[in-house]
Design a protein around this ligand. Structure first.
Ligand code: 3HC
Length: 316
């Protein structure tokens, strides 16, 4: 019996079909999906903080409205993804506590400070651009609810990237000071954006199994390369450069050669030693504590409704 279930699972994955919540799945498949989707959701929620920092200081009502819409989208992305983890039997409250207590991760990129308004544009262009690179293949991930969440999220990420690039285009047509502000922001965010794709494949503990289960459809290095290839022409059109002396077109490979991020910095940030890690978690902890009364009121209301329903059914 167990062999039949395993065989059906393998056949479904190898046929590029979807595994659905009620299907049998190996414990390891369920575990790594909860790990990856929960950390993806945490990243979306924590990711609201860096840009949220500029909502009250946006230079115009139009910029404020666009930024508000984007930050609200990120909250929605987090909720879709937490819902996807719940189809695997995870508990949202438990995942939130794991995040707050440092027992689960979120993307390193959100531990860097947003020092100028140009950062809002560069985050849209490069961070959401990297997210699109990483998330479009996830629309074909083997787990149904995750793939379907990705389709909706990727549509919104495209708006995120375009609004960022348009913001930067506007600044690049401005004063020299604005152009310098954009270049400074690109210099600060380029390497952390490359780190979003994860460590080099040689150091990736999860990639091999995730690829075999078709959770991941490309390796970390493959997606990083795709992102560099996509970003260089966009930088040229914008009139900015990337802070990488090794970046150059390799005719033979038909790809850009580029330098390696500082992986010591990457692991230091992943392990909690980044500039904003403590601030981000403290903010998330406070928001969770401040929201306790809402959760309690909603739970009490649901319980009362259930009691009323039970009485009604009992009387019927
Ligand atoms: N930040 C923090 N931790 C990272 C990381 C990063 N940038 N890259 C890798 N890690 C962690 C992994 O989680 C893993 O630790 P774990 O086993 O405890 O979870 C360890 O480093 C080794 O990395 P692996 O490559 O073996 O891990 P994965 O196979 O999970 O690959 C990943 C990492 C590419 C991020 C993959 O999990 C993934 O594709 N996740 C879905 C996309 C995602 O989470 N993106 C985060 C950004 S969300 C975002 O950008 C929102 C947008 O609106 C801006």
């Amino acid at each position: 019996m167990a062999d039949d279930l395993e065989l059906r699972f393998e056949r479904t994955v190898q046929a590029d079909a979807r595994i659905e919540p009620r299907d049998w799945m190996p414990d390891g498949y369920r575990k790594t999906l909860i790990r990856q989707i929960a950390q993806h959701a945490h990243s979306e929620i924590i990711g609201m903080q860096p840009e949220g920092n500029w909502i009250s200081r946006a230079p115009s009502l139009r910029r404020k409205a666009i930024l508000l819409a984007k930050v609200q989208d990120e909250a929605g992305h987090g909720l879709y993804l937490y819902s996807a983890t719940e189809t695997l039997g995870a508990d949202r409250e438990d995942l939130t506590l794991k995040l707050i207590e440092g027992r689960q991760k979120y993307s390193s990129i959100f531990n860097y400070p947003t020092l100028t308004f140009a950062d809002v544009g560069v985050i849209g262009w490069l961070v959401d651009g990297a997210a699109i690179c990483n998330q479009v293949p996830l629309c074909r991930t083997s787990y149904g609810p995750y793939a379907r969440a990705m389709i909706r999220i990727c549509k919104e990420e495209s708006f995120h990237q375009r609004q960022g690039y348009e913001l930067l285009m506007t600044m690049m047509r401005g004063t020299q000071q604005q152009r310098d502000m954009v270049q400074d922001s690109v210099n600060r965010w380029w390497w952390p954006a490359l780190m979003m794709f994860g460590p080099p494949d040689s150091e990736s503990t999860n990639t091999e199994q995730s690829m075999a289960w078709r959770i991941k459809r490309d390796t970390n290095d493959e997606l990083r390369q795709k992102f560099v290839n996509m970003s260089v022409p966009q930088a040229e059109a914008l009139g900015v450069t990337f802070p990488d002396p090794e970046l150059r077109w390799n005719e033979e490979r038909g790809q850009y050669d580029f330098g390696q991020p500082d992986w010591d910095e990457f692991w230091q940030v992943v392990k909690g030693g980044g500039v904003c890690n403590a601030q981000r978690i403290a903010h998330r902890r406070k928001a969770h504590e401040d929201g306790a009364w809402v959760r309690e009121a909603a739970a009490a209301h649901a319980q009362k409704q259930a009691q009323k329903q039970a009485v009604k059914e009992g009387a019927a």
